[in-house]
Ligand binder design. Structure first.
Ligand code: GLU
Length: 436
């Protein structure tokens, strides 16, 4: 059996971190098993679905490196749904209903007021049909067939169909609700594993009977705990946090992948520059039942650690030209994002106006300015410079290094000066030492 997974977003909005996480786990599972990962656009709601969102979904998956092995669209598959629907109708597994939303609502309230579960009550077969009314359609659950499956994350699941309402699968205007087309597609596309959020668990219970009614074995299911924000619920911000905002904040796609791959699992979040080690280790048995907490600060930290590991070749195209391999290597440990590399161009090539020197530091800077012109910049100039200044002034430690760092870089902190100074042009260095 080829492992085949699918990510099935409705193109009614942009992807956010929650559905990206679901996409990622489906992709990882398919890649680990040497299987296929499909993008299924759930656009049965023609009014709310927008082509721009479809483009956005494709672009976001590509940015994240989640390559797809095929794309399907539900709106192009209505004929198939119609055929399968007719089969279910002929078999008595879907049936026409005529209640108005108001009637259903009143009935629900009556049941609740009597302390009864608000389960839909089927009408007798000979109930009168309101004149001229267009029916909507429900799937008839088999009350004699208990529902059970072993979820790859949640373990054994049991549902009593008698406690469930027959789900509506088609509206009176002929449009499709999500449940049935999804099952028809999962069968037709040979989906072996359905990985999705635990908000779908009760859908799965009903859908298992649909697989059976359509004569197909169901796929395996993995329902993952939902993603919540730091305050413990799916905040508005998290629900709308799109890939554009993350990209603009300097988040590398692999950082988001690294965090979302492991969040909510028993495996540690690790800074990796490639998804391969994450793919190799995904295991649904390691996924927890508790909500996974997404923290933007944690993402920024993972991102920072990854930036520190990125090799020049991987980022060269995104660096301003004056930042070459040696310069990248020197500044990398000081960056939170790749874009920050641009801030260092002036440190290397100027113009840079160092802060005015403090009086106590003037002898050190004067000695450095005097020594610098005679130093060979090609061989360890920092060692030569500090040696000369030390000899001339007796300064050592912080009193020696900090004024020089400040004057040469305009900052109190930064890369190792031994590595940095040879990368700063000699004339620039002399200019800065004499400026204060
Ligand atoms: N379009 C559905 C959703 O976004 C798909 C759920 C599924 O994976 O079956 O919730």
């Amino acid at each position: 059996m080829t492992v085949t997974t699918r990510f099935a977003p409705s193109p009614t909005g942009h992807l956010h971190v929650g559905n990206v996480r679901t996409a990622l786990h489906n992709w990882m599972w398919a890649r680990k098993q040497g299987g296929r990962f499909l993008l299924r656009i759930d656009d049965t709601d023609l009014e709310r679905s927008k082509e721009d969102y479809v483009d956005g979904i494709r672009a976001d998956l590509a940015w994240l490196g989640l390559d797809i092995d095929g794309e399907e669209r539900q709106s192009a598959r209505f004929d198939l749904y119609e055929r399968e629907f007719e089969k279910l109708k002929a078999a008595g597994r879907v049936y026409a209903c005529y209640e108005t939303p108001e009637e259903l609502d009143i009935r629900r309230k009556v049941l609740l007021s009597r302390g009864l579960p608000p389960v839909y009550e089927r009408k007798p077969a000979d109930a009168p049909v309101p004149e001229g009314a267009q029916p909507h359609w429900r799937f008839r659950l088999d009350h004699g067939a208990p529902i059970a499956w072993t979820d790859l994350i949640r373990g054994d699941q049991h549902f009593d169909p008698k406690s469930m309402s027959d789900p509506v699968v088609r509206r009176a205007d002929g449009s499709w609700l999500y449940l049935l087309p999804s099952v028809i597609d999962d069968i037709d596309m040979g989906i072996s594993h359905v990985v999705r959020g635990e908000d779908h668990v009760s859908n799965t219970a009903a859908q298992l009977q649909m697989f059976d009614a359509l004569g197909a074995a169901p796929p395996a299911f993995a329902h993952e705990a939902l993603l919540v924000g730091t305050e413990g619920k799916l905040s508005k911000r998290l629900g709308s946090l799109g890939m554009d905002a993350l990209r603009d904040a300097g988040i590398e796609p692999v950082a988001l992948v690294a965090l979302l791959a492991r969040l909510g699992t028993s495996d540690p979040v690790e800074p990796v520059t490639d998804a391969a080690p994450l793919v190799a280790t995904i295991d649904f048995a390691h996924f927890g039942r508790a909500p996974a907490r997404f923290d933007e600060a944690e993402l920024a930290l993972v991102n920072q650690k990854i930036v520190h590991l990125l090799e020049f070749d991987a980022v060269a195209g995104r660096l301003p030209p004056p930042i070459d391999a040696a310069r990248w290597h020197a500044i990398r440990p000081n960056l939170m994002t790749i874009a920050e590399a641009a801030d260092w161009v002036a440190v290397f090539d100027g113009p840079l106006a160092p802060p005015p020197a403090e009086d106590a530091d003037r002898p050190v800077l004067a000695a450095a300015a005097a020594a610098a012109p005679g130093i060979d910049w090609a061989v360890d100039p920092w060692h030569a410079l500090t040696g000369a200044v030390k000899e001339a002034t007796g300064a050592k430690g912080r009193a020696l290094f900090l004024p020089l760092r400040r004057a040469l870089t305009g900052r109190d902190h930064g890369p190792d000066m031994g590595e940095l100074l040879p990368l700063i042009a000699k004339e620039q260095a002399i200019l800065r030492l004499t400026a204060g």
